[in-house]
Design a protein around this ligand. Structure first.
Ligand code: FES
Ligand code: FE2
Length: 399
């Protein structure tokens, strides 16, 4: 039968999904139905049930150490993009605002830096670091409500171990959203380069942002990133040249709100990097926190600066991501020739992943694939991810 099917039924839209049937196929070790990756109705639900209410990693505390330090970014989903500005106010409080001028919707801050006030560069309205409207050119003409009603919209902001998080709607405290991640990171000996105890007074923490995107649903891309069953095949000459990817060395585990992986460099690479002498515990650490955050640790992090990434939907068939990297005092020097080879391996790995996810997306959208099956051990992370997606969306199907 042409089209999505569930059992003997044809699925043409989200309304054809039955929650008990989805429970059943997931319990059997199947993937989520293809419709989850192609249907605009599902994407809208994801906006409401996931992306508008998730805490999102946006920056680090040490880049906001002085009053007026700020950075800008966006929080997005399938059907919305909200520009935001995060800053340190005069009382040294962390604050976040919707970065939209209350006059005619230009952004009020761009990039990052330090400001005493934010003056919109369209008509010149001026906002304080507390978000209050301070001055409006020609305001004596009249026509405006009182300034108190025209401040920037504040957003919930919080931090943990130096990582700064913002959400559009606070559905739960940040600590709840982090789940077991803090405990897992401690256990793995994660370095926490931005935690107060590791931050150096005179060191400049400057963001280096890389924006990326690709031709697949956001979940298709995450699913690629959280399994390494594909590593020996898809990344024969990239990731697998750099790291041990066989099941004896590569570990992949779940925790309540996420997934983590660890492995070691291939022996020849470890030797070139001089890792033995450095006494490094785990050479590669990779963490995914539902629904959008990635952290990496181990040598990769120390050698190339503290890094985090965030990935979100950009339409049904596309995702966007922001990777932010900082040099930190914990960085270790590595031989530039080896470092160059490692960054080329990484470049190729990410390209192979993005392209594979794009090909998968075409298959999912073909109408000739209803769902697939996953291996019990090598793809256990996938099963966990499907569970997280379904846990978020299922209530909409049970009402
Ligand atoms: S849009 Fe900001 S001053 Fe007009
Ligand atoms: Fe990959």
């Amino acid at each position: 039968m042409i089209g999505y099917t569930l059992g003997s039924r044809r699925l043409t839209s989200m309304s054809d999904l039955d929650a008990d049937e989805v429970d059943g196929i997931l319990a059997d070790g199947a993937t989520l139905p293809a419709l989850f990756y192609t249907d605009p109705g599902i994407a809208e639900l994801e906006d409401d049930l996931i992306f508008r209410r998730a805490w999102q990693i946006v920056g680090v505390e040490p880049e906001l150490r002085r009053p007026g330090d700020y950075f800008t970014t966006e929080i997005g989903g399938y059907g919305f993009t909200v520009p935001i500005v995060v800053l340190r106010d005069r009382e040294m409080r962390l604050r976040a605002f919707v970065n939209i001028c209350r006059h005619r919707a230009n952004v009020v801050a761009r990039g990052y830096g330090n400001r005493r006030t934010f003056q919109c560069d369209y008509h010149g309205w001026v906002y304080g670091l507390d978000g209050c409207l301070r001055a409006v050119p020609r305001s004596d003409e009249g026509g405006l409500p009182p300034f108190e009603e025209l401040g920037l919209f504040p957003l919930p902001v919080d931090s943990w171990k130096g990582y700064v998080f913002v959400t559009l709607e606070e559905a739960e405290p940040l600590a709840t959203a982090l789940g077991e991640l803090p405990r897992i990171l401690e256990e793995q000996g994660f370095e926490f380069p931005f935690a107060a105890e590791n931050v150096e007074e005179g060191f400049t923490y400057e963001r280096e942002v890389r924006l990326d995107g690709g031709p697949s649903n956001w979940k298709t891309m995450h699913e690629n990133n959280i399994e390494c069953y594909h590593c020996p095949v898809l990344h024969k000459r990239s990731f697998s040249s750099m790291y041990k990817v066989d099941p004896a060395h590569y570990t992949h585990r779940e925790f309540d709100r996420g997934i983590y992986h660890t492995t070691d460099y291939q022996d020849s690479v470890a030797e070139e990097l001089g890792l033995k002498e450095r006494g490094v515990r785990k050479e590669y650490q990779f963490y995914f926190l539902w629904p959008s955050m990635y952290l990496s640790g181990g040598v990769a992090e120390l050698a190339y600066g503290g890094t985090f990434s965030r990935l979100w939907p950009d339409g049904v068939n596309a995702w966007r991501s922001e990777t932010v990297r900082y040099r930190t005092p914990l960085d270790v020097e590595v031989n530039p020739e080896v470092a160059g080879r490692i960054s080329e391996w990484w470049r190729l790995t990410l390209e192979e992943d993005r392209d594979a996810a794009g090909r998968v997306q075409k298959g999912l959208g073909s109408g000739l694939y209803s769902w697939g099956y996953t291996l019990a051990e090598s793809e256990r992370n996938m099963r966990h991810f499907y569970g997280l997606v379904w846990k978020a969306l299922a209530p909409a199907f049970r009402t």
